[in-house]
Design a protein around this ligand. Structure first.
Ligand SMILES: *[C@@H]1O[C@H](CO)[C@@H](O)[C@H](O)[C@H]1NC(C)=O
Ligand SMILES: *[C@@H]1O[C@H](CO)[C@@H](O)[C@H](O)[C@H]1NC(C)=O
Ligand SMILES: *[C@@H]1O[C@H](CO)[C@@H](O)[C@H](O)[C@H]1NC(C)=O
Ligand SMILES: *[C@@H]1O[C@H](CO)[C@@H](O)[C@H](O)[C@H]1NC(C)=O
Ligand SMILES: *[C@@H]1O[C@H](CO)[C@@H](O)[C@H](O)[C@H]1NC(C)=O
Ligand SMILES: *[C@@H]1O[C@H](CO)[C@@H](O)[C@H](O)[C@H]1NC(C)=O
Length: 484
């Protein structure tokens, strides 16, 4: 028997032994979730991170933000409306979902609704923008969403509770039964302070939406699926929970802003926040306005996506019916900057270790594999946490550490099993560089200046249950000259 075949025999025996051992020590199951947890549609929505809004309608032609409802349909006359060109903007921003304002407060409908004469049907344009928009979106791989303003300053039924709610529901049915699958429906609680009193039948509306679109996300101040963040500047609280008590939020009420901006660590409903903000000063196009500078859009990104939110960016088409080239260029610049910052992870290739590990499949190294589905899980035993605390440490590659400073720390929780982290601290070679409260789907710390070191340690000082961390990343943001 030659040396080579002996070696083969021995290795075969070792393999058999190893296989036997694996069979006996099967991998541990995932830990129990900490309730509440997201449903499938909410999880998919969260991972979109940036989505688009298109405000276009009567206001575009009257140079206003809130129409009165008295505008004649003849004013709606875009010379070269092209919804497909709007998708150039969505694509430039890297958005996978785009929401159209199908009707704003002035009541003018951008589809030929059977229930009113106040629509595109009576305009010189005569098309169906909801059809054009949903077709154009799908053709570009973008999921469509719609906004139907509850407040209607045109319709005479507004203020007559049953009649108007029936009218509104009939229009919801037109939108959600007639244009294929719709991924998000947007409701706001806007109402003129000194205008006709009107009680909106949100429960009837929400249940009708569910009946017509099973996988849709319903947005309002209080969800049920996605909540307003409480401002129109694109800024979530530095503490931002995906959880709230829906029963504590009255849609459209004043004084709810702080609660929905920060969420509720004891909240029993999973209703993560969405940050709506326009790339221009107004929601609608005005000749005298231009897009915000890149630095401001990046700050918005850090304050929204970087605080556990989805960013809903509005790009208003002009009176021609096109998004201005300059706005599309700004969106492209924005996406290029995000890619430049986050396309390179300086933590890649590090060695990860942690205070404890749950076992095979839940190792510390999972935070470096670029997947939201794998995660480091600490051991569940309480005594383990009491003894060691909960932390994860990256030992950077020697070549990377000295040469490549970073000024952004990215931390992500595996929120499919609940949002857990209440307080955390980040240390570079033992020196604290960032502290924060919640993490959620994604937390970005933009440091005051670039740092370099051999180890980066994230300490989870307070949490609900054991932390489940899907990513720790380190990035260099070359645009960070005016850090928050
Ligand atoms: C509409 O926009 C799309 C995308 O930019 C473009 O390919 C198409 O040629 C435009 N259609 C017209 C009629 O200009
Ligand atoms: C509110 O409405 C009343 C009655 O219609 C009117 O007299 C008053 O001027 C309005 N106030 C404002 C601030 O618009
Ligand atoms: C509006 O109507 C609701 C329900 O009928 C009522 O409870 C509320 O007090 C009214 N608000 C005003 C300002 O009149
Ligand atoms: C939310 O509900 C939970 C459970 O009932 C409760 O403990 C918590 O105090 C509530 N939050 C607020 C702000 O009321
Ligand atoms: C631009 O014009 C609109 C309408 O005339 C006005 O409401 C808005 O404040 C103006 N925007 C700026 C930035 O001056
Ligand atoms: C609207 O934007 C398009 C694309 O930049 C441009 O060609 C057109 O002139 C603009 N229309 C107005 C009224 O500014």
């Amino acid at each position: 028997m030659g040396g080579a075949s002996l070696l083969r025999l021995v290795s075969a025996a070792l393999l058999a032994l190893a296989a036997g051992m694996v069979a006996e020590s099967a991998v541990p199951p995932p830990p129990l979730p900490v309730l509440p947890i997201p449903n499938a549609a909410q999880l998919a929505w969260q991972r979109r991170e940036v989505i688009m809004f298109f405000h276009f309608g009567m206001n575009t032609f009257t140079d206003s933000e809130w129409g009165t409802g008295a505008e004649p349909p003849s004013l709606f006359a875009p010379a070269a409306l092209n919804a497909s060109q709007w998708m150039d903007a969505a694509e430039a921003a890297g958005a996978s979902l785009a929401i159209l304002v199908a009707k704003h407060h002035d009541g003018f409908c951008l589809w030929p609704s059977a229930y009113t004469a106040h629509s595109v049907r009576a305009s010189p344009w005569r098309g169906d923008l909801v059809r054009d928009f949903t077709d154009a979106a799908r053709a570009r791989g973008v999921d469509p969403g719609l906004y139907l303003s509850p407040w209607d300053r045109h319709d005479a039924r507004y203020g007559r509770e049953t009649e108007y709610n029936e009218y509104y529901l009939a229009q919801l049915r037109e939108l959600l039964a007639g244009y294929g699958s719709v991924s998000e429906i947007w409701f706001d609680g806007a109402k003129g302070k000194n205008e006709t009193n009107m009680t909106y039948h949100f429960q009837e509306w929400f249940q009708t939406v569910r009946q017509l679109q099973g996988a849709i996300n319903i947005f309002s101040d209080a969800g049920p699926d996605v909540r307003w963040v409480g401002d129109e500047q694109g800024s979530a609280g530095t503490t931002c929970w995906s959880t709230v008590n829906r029963s504590s939020i009255t849609i459209g009420a004043e004084g709810i802003e702080k609660y929905i901006n920060e969420g509720d660590p004891r909240g029993t409903d999973w209703v993560p926040p969405e940050c709506d903000v326009s790339i221009r000063p107004g929601w609608f196009w005005h000749r005298n306005e231009t897009a915000k500078p890149l630095s401001q859009l990046l700050r918005i990104y850090y304050n929204s996506v970087g605080r556990n939110c989805v960013l809903l960016l509005n790009a208003p088409p002009n009176t021609t019916g096109l998004v201005e080239d300059a706005d599309i260029a700004r969106l492209r610049e924005f996406r290029a900057a995000v890619t430049r910052i986050f396309g390179t992870d300086l933590a890649k290739g590090s060695a990860a270790r942690a205070s404890s590990e749950r076992g095979a499949g839940f190792g510390a190294g999972n935070v470096l594999d670029g997947s939201d589905d794998t995660y480091w899980a600490a051991a569940t035993a309480e005594e383990d946490g009491l003894k060691n605390g909960y932390w994860i440490e990256l030992r950077l590659r020697p070549a990377a550490s000295a040469a490549r400073p970073f000024n952004v720390v990215r931390i992500q929780e595996h929120v499919a099993l609940g949002q857990r982290v209440e307080r955390h601290e980040v240390y570079v070679d033992g020196v604290a560089v960032a502290t924060g409260t919640t993490v959620g789907h994604k937390r970005l710390h933009r440091l005051a200046r670039p740092v370099a070191g051999r180890t980066v340690k994230v300490w989870f000082a307070a949490r609900r249950g054991v932390p489940l961390v899907s990513a720790v990343g380190l990035h260099l943001d070359p645009y960070a000259t005016d850090v928050m």
